[in-house]
Design a protein around this ligand. Structure first.
Ligand code: WT7
Length: 653
């Protein structure tokens, strides 16, 4: 890591926006950064939304508990749909393309009708204000309809990424006590079918809170799946059958500004994922504001954020932000390399995408596949590019700018988290000169600082990234776990939000994100807790002990390496056919959590390096797994442990 940091800090290239971009940008004057009255500033954004009842107090802050726009009533789906009908009723809200190439489009009026119908369906299934609804779906329009329908009746959705295992789904449903589960027969991934209904059944059968499972028939696959999809009488219902008779008339539930809009589970430093809670008024305000200024959304844009709705990026920047802003949102169901590695570029060309927001891991894969692929397509519709999920290395940034942006599109490298709800650190593309690898400046109204251990600000230099004032889209808590909420984010410095990220600030005040400082690994832009993977490994009957670390990976940024001590009863077998044994362990983790947690490397060892107090020395393990020279080992209880590990590693590679 330290080499990378050095490289980053030697990055002096800087790219101002073009005069033309600056002139037309939604935000193009440095004065937008002069926020003297933070509450008045955020209130002026909130005023751009539709409220059924206006708030009486902008902010009530009893650290760490915030309430924004107190007394206000609104509805998120009405802000994403109803309020556009008069001016944008026939404008495309959604252009969707499935992996097999099927295209469906929805105008704002059509999406409004679908959402209203499904809201009535949910009501008919007994869902009421405050209930939780789990969504486990491929990236199809019905998934977005389902989210907005929940919002319309004041139920909170809990979207679980379709790549998660049924066990992961079960745990999340049980924690949230969801009443209804919405799923699909299957989804497409690289030409294969992911049998979501089957996985959903395995979860739902263990979830007494689930009263109904609603199943979307993925049309193109209906026939192939006939024998793998079984419907449980009384519990399971087909989406299309319920929709057939549903009324398209559904008055939105005017909810309190602080009504929970959704919970979204994310990995923490313990084995148990946490349900991050977001509420309505503040969340929508900031998702909207950042869309207007960071993505510079204009009436004629075709906006594409490649995230799945299973992640927070899909919530804020596929659904709520851009639809609240009245944008045309493009959505693609499948993999970037299906049927060929130029799929994204052909989609941009075909649908005339003008704003493209993706992740560094994808950009690194594109680089590897070669610039000839984008070069063979007309990408001239693009005018702005974005990056999110992990630090972007300057080399990938430069490639993105040249081969995708044609050296004409500003790049917004946006730092934020599931917990922050919206983008927090980012260039404003019409104002800020960008530097490859830097997320640049805090969004206006956001108080981001680098602090040292003692909470003192570091003006120039490195430390912990902290947010020192409340912001509208901040998490309101961890579902049913206030203690963990306070401990995790607010205990390091009272009243100050601890992000878990290390960062540096340069002489120009620009932020350079350096990655997590806790036991969370960022694998291809997705957050995995080392403890989660370790508990999945020790759950295997052959594993006695496991330690997981993140190692550098060309495409994923970070990959998972697992050191495993095998129980003596299975040791012989592991030795006889290590490849088979390692695959068995990898498959086990995939089945327990999902493919994103699958270890890249399994290193079987007879011991783990621990300090005298029994703490696993993760940094040392990382050094070993990456084949680096070993540092000071004098604090090890048994220094020979490391030497033997190192020998073993060198033998293997
Ligand atoms: C963690 C949050 C925010 C949506 C996607 C991930 C890392 C995110 C950046 C960026 C450097 C970044 C941080 C953060 N991260 N964006 N532009 N530059 N690092 O959401 O799963 O909640 O993960 O992703 O480490 O803490 P998440």
């Amino acid at each position: 890591m330290s080499n990378e940091i050095d490289a980053l800090l030697q990055e002096h290239r800087s790219f101002p926006p073009s005069e033309e971009f600056r002139r037309n940008a939604n935000a193009n004057d440095e004065s937008v950064y002069d926020v003297t009255d933070r509450e008045a500033y955020w209130a002026s954004w909130a005023e751009q939304l539709d409220w059924q009842t206006k708030w009486h107090t902008v902010l009530e802050w009893n650290a760490p508990y915030a309430k924004w726009f107190v007394g206000g009533k609104l509805n998120a789906s009405a802000n994403c749909l109803d309020r556009h009908l008069a001016t944008r009723g026939d404008k495309q809200a959604l252009i969707w393309e499935g992996e097999p190439g099927d295209v469906r489009t929805f105008t704002y009026r059509e999406l409004y009708a679908e959402v209203s119908k499904f809201a009535n369906v949910l009501k008919s299934l007994g869902v009421v204000l405050g209930d939780r609804v789990a969504i486990y779906m491929p990236l199809v329009p019905e998934a977005i309809v389902a989210m907005l329908a929940c919002a319309r009746i004041g139920a909170a959705h809990s979207v679980v990424f379709g790549g998660f295992s049924s066990e992961a789904l079960r745990d999340r449903i049980q924690d949230a006590e969801a009443k209804v589960l919405i799923t699909a027969t299957a989804g497409y991934r690289r030409g294969n079918l992911v049998p979501l209904k089957k996985l959903a059944d395995a979860a739902a059968d263990d979830c007494p809170s689930i009263k109904h499972v609603v199943v979307v028939m993925r049309r193109a696959v209906a026939e192939e799946l006939d024998d793998t999809v079984s419907m449980k009488p009384d519990r399971d219902c087909w989406y299309h059958e319920l929709m057939r008779n549903a009324s398209a008339d559904c008055e939105p539930e005017w909810v309190d500004s602080e009504q929970m809009l959704y919970t979204l589970y994310t990995s923490g430093t313990t084995g148990k994922p946490k349900g991050i809670v977001h509420t309505t008024g503040g969340y929508l305000t900031e998702a909207y504001a950042t869309c207007k200024w960071v993505f510079d959304l204009k009436e004629e844009d075709v906006y594409w954020c490649t995230a799945d709705i299973g992640w927070v990026t899909g919530h804020s920047y596929v659904v709520y932000g851009p639809l609240a802003a009245g944008a045309t949102v493009f959505v693609y169901e499948g993999a970037p390399d299906w049927p060929k590695q130029d799929r994204f570029w052909s989609l941009i060309e075909k649908h005339k995408v003008s704003i493209f927001y993706t992740a560094p891991t994808a950009i690194r894969a594109f680089m590897k596949w070669g610039h000839q692929l984008p070069a063979a397509h007309d990408l001239s519709s693009l005018r702005l590019l974005g990056s999110v999920g992990e630090p972007i290395n300057p080399e990938a940034w430069m490639w993105y700018q040249k081969w995708i942006g044609g050296e004409r599109c500003p790049i917004v490298d946006t730092w934020w988290q599931t917990e922050t709800g919206s983008i927090m650190i980012t260039p404003l593309p019409g104002i800020v000169d960008t530097k490859p690898g830097s997320a640049t400046r805090a969004f206006p109204g956001i108080d981001a600082k680098i602090l040292d251990e003692g909470g003192n600000e570091v003006k120039v230099g490195g430390g912990y990234l902290a947010i020192t004032s409340p912001w509208p889209s901040m998490l309101r808590g961890i579902w049913r776990d206030p203690e963990r909420f306070e401990q995790q984010y607010w205990a390091k410095w009272p009243g100050i939000y601890f992000t878990g990220d290390g960062a540096k600030r340069d002489e120009d005040g620009y932020f350079w994100l350096l990655g997590r400082v806790d036991d969370i690994i960022n694998v291809a832009g997705h957050r995995i807790g080392t403890m989660e993977v370790e508990s999945a490994l020790v759950d295997h009957q052959a594993v006695a002990e496991a330690a997981v670390v993140g190692i550098n990976h060309e495409i994923k940024g970070t990959a998972i390496a697992a050191f495993v001590i095998v129980k003596s009863s299975r040791a012989e077998e592991a030795k006889r056919d290590p490849a088979k044994f390692e695959k068995e362990l990898k498959d086990h983790v995939t089945a327990k959590i999902g493919a994103i947690a699958r270890p890249e490397k399994i290193l079987i060892t007879s011991d783990l390096p621990k300090t005298r107090s029994g703490k696993i020395m993760r940094r040392l393990l990382r050094d070993i797994a990456e084949g680096r020279a070993l540092g000071d080992v004098t604090t090890l209880a048994d220094p020979t442990v490391v030497a033997s590990l190192k020998d073993k590693y060198e033998e293997e590679s």
